[in-house]
Design a protein around this ligand. Structure first.
Ligand SMILES: NC(=O)c1ccc[n+]([C@@H]2O[C@H](COP(=O)([O-])OP(=O)(O)OC[C@H]3O[C@@H](n4cnc5c(N)ncnc54)[C@H](OP(=O)(O)O)[C@@H]3O)[C@@H](O)[C@H]2O)c1
Length: 254
């Protein structure tokens, strides 16, 4: 049974792999045997993750990429193909947000959120899908959030962008199933990373948030890894277009 989750020899791209959930996912994929291309803008963070993977005996490649730039996305896929021969797995994890009310959110802020979270996910998935389609298939996992299906104050454009990612997941899954490409999403609940630190770093706020999570704690980045590895594995071969929430019961309690 254990070998059915094995990803030995698979070539994976993980965006936002330098820290937080993306770092945990890159290490998890490498631990399952995948060769991992690490993408984000901060080279030093990516190099640190690459060193961890190599120390564990894994193969990896650092590719500095700004996902708001379509030429850099094309070059990322090209670099993966040159290094590892193909792209079998894409994890669209990179995202950004601003903690700001919709009345105060500037137009360029809205654009940055949608360019990174939605357009970047589309462009990278499309570029990789063209490679995957020629090789018999692949697996794409988009990192969503419980906020994709739940409103809230302070990050409205982010919620809207992730709702778009959820729908993009369903449409890509539908269009690309004939090519053997499965597309799913994993939606974390509030997770302790630099991204969400302004929220959970206040102990009183953390306590209030935790009180509404049935499992009684926030997620750690490592909590998200199992769901992603499952969806990348052959054990999920008939699953596509789905969103799997890893939230300690948050949505069940909404
Ligand atoms: N933390 C949470 O509570 C939480 C909850 C639900 C869902 N999520 C989702 O989980 C994913 C990871 O979040 P996280 O909390 O781990 O965030 P994080 O710690 O802020 O990491 C975000 C990553 O995205 C990269 N990134 C941002 N903009 C980019 C761009 N234009 N081009 C390339 N890379 C870019 C960042 O690297 P550079 O800045 O170096 O480019 C960084 O590596 C996101 O999709 C987020 O929406 C997080």
């Amino acid at each position: 049974m254990a070998d059915k989750f094995d990803l030995t020899g698979k070539a994976a791209i993980v965006t936002g792999a330098g820290r937080g959930i993306g770092r945990a996912l890159a290490l998890g994929l490498a631990g399952a045997g995948a060769k991992v291309v690490l993408a984000a803008r901060s080279q030093a963070e990516l190099e640190a993750v690459a060193a961890e993977i190599r120390d564990g005996g894994g193969e990896t490649l650092v590719r500095v990429t700004d996902l708001t730039q379509s030429d850099q996305i094309e070059a990322l896929v090209q670099a993966a193909v040159e290094a590892f021969g193909t792209v079998d797995i894409v994890i669209n994890n990179a995202a950004r947000s601003f903690l700001r009310s919709l009345m105060d959110l500037r137009e360029d802020g809205f654009d940055k959120i949608f360019d990174t979270n939605v357009k970047g996910t589309f462009l990278l998935s499309r570029a990789a899908a063209k490679v995957m389609a020629g090789k018999g298939g692949g697996r794409i996992v988009n990192i969503s959030t419980v906020g994709a299906v739940r409103g809230g104050a302070g990050m409205g454009a982010y919620h809207a962008s992730k709702a778009a990612v959820k729908m993009l997941t369903m449409c890509m899954a539908t269009e690309w199933a004939p090519f053997g490409i499965r597309v799913n999403a994993v939606g974390p609940g509030l997770t302790k990373t630099p991204f969400s630190e302004p929220i959970w770093s206040n102990p009183e706020v953390e306590k209030a948030l935790t009180s509404r999570i049935p499992m009684g704690r926030l997620a750690e980045p490592e909590d998200i890894v199992g769901a992603v590895l499952f969806l990348c594995s052959s054990q999920a071969d008939f699953i596509t277009g789905q969103s799997l929430y890893v939230d300690g019961g948050t949505l069940a309690n909404t």
